[in-house]
Design a protein around this ligand. Structure first.
Ligand code: OAD
Length: 249
């Protein structure tokens, strides 16, 4: 696979690389994205019914069942060659990963994730008192299966998934770390995000405002494509291993 020369040159020079990842990063592991036509989760499910605090108040078993299904799905798949390439790259450069993904595939590939901007599927906590929940997660009966949320050991409140829902603020520390990592990088790669969900989608512009070179890896054009310095129409599991291999040559 040919890697565009200008992208290899930028990557070779970069001591500090920040990689912003979205659902496309995990697509080749078998995790559905949100907005891809037909296969995307939001083509089959309504975010207003599943990904808001109001939805959880209205029907906790519906919402919890959907996240229990996604949690089980994420645990049943494996990191792909793109995740592994980022872990390999970290042996020769400082690689900071800022992800919108709620799976742990970067970590399971051997990377340390600087920021989970949208939380984590595994970080269940109490909806009432916010205490972390470490008990068992009931099995999901499929994407449409209802699962009663477990109860908080401390207050008896219903347990919710530790993801950021629509209308909720991003974890402040994670977002601040993401901004900083875009400001002081030598290169920012944007991998597999539609660039539609703010504030995460604003991070490439934070980098650009500081004069940090930006590169998008995505098989499809996005609103970010015209804001970055280079676009590369490739997938995460094809492009990233090719790029990291090219650094060694
Ligand atoms: P989207 O589903 O919106 O976008 C996925 C992007 O990945 C698209 O631009 C695809 O073209 C691209 N893509 C698909 N397959 C790919 C592959 N194999 N390699 C590289 N790119 C590929 O996902 P996000 O941008 O991550 O938020 O969505 C952002 C947020 O919206 C999510 O974090 C989630 C969702 O609502 C919350 O849950 C808070």
């Amino acid at each position: 696979m040919d890697v565009p020369e200008e992208i290899v040159a930028l990557a070779r020079r970069a001591r500090r690389v920040t990689v912003l990842t979205g659902a496309g990063m995990s697509a080749e592991s078998g995790v559905a994205t949100f907005r891809d036509a037909q296969t995307g989760l939001w083509a089959r499910f309504d975010p207003a019914q599943l990904a808001t605090a109001d939805a959880f108040r209205r029907d906790p078993a519906l919402v919890f069942g959907w996240y229990a299904w996604r949690y089980a799905q994420a645990r049943s798949v494996a990191p792909n060659a793109g995740h592994r390439a980022l872990a390999d790259w970290a042996r020769i450069a400082e690689v900071r990963i800022v992800t919108q993904n709620v799976d742990d595939l970067h970590e399971r590939a051997g990377s340390t994730v600087l920021a989970h901007l949208h939380g984590s599927l595994a970080a269940f906590r109490c909806f009432a008192c916010d205490r972390p929940y470490a008990g068992p997660v009931p099995d999901a009966a499929g994407a449409d299966g209802r699962v009663e949320p477990p109860r908080c050991a401390a207050c008896g409140g219903p347990v919710r998934p530790g993801v950021v829902w629509f209308g909720e603020a991003l974890p402040a520390r994670a977002f601040a770390d993401g901004v900083q990592a875009c400001r002081d990088a030598d290169l920012v790669l944007v991998v597999g995000t539609s660039g539609l969900v703010y504030p995460a989608a604003g991070l490439p512009e934070v980098a650009a405002a500081e004069g940090v070179p930006t590169v998008e890896l995505n098989p499809e054009p996005t609103p970010l494509s015209r804001k970055v310095d280079h676009t590369w129409r490739t997938t995460a599991a094809v492009g990233l291993p090719a790029l990291v291999a090219a650094l060694a040559r």
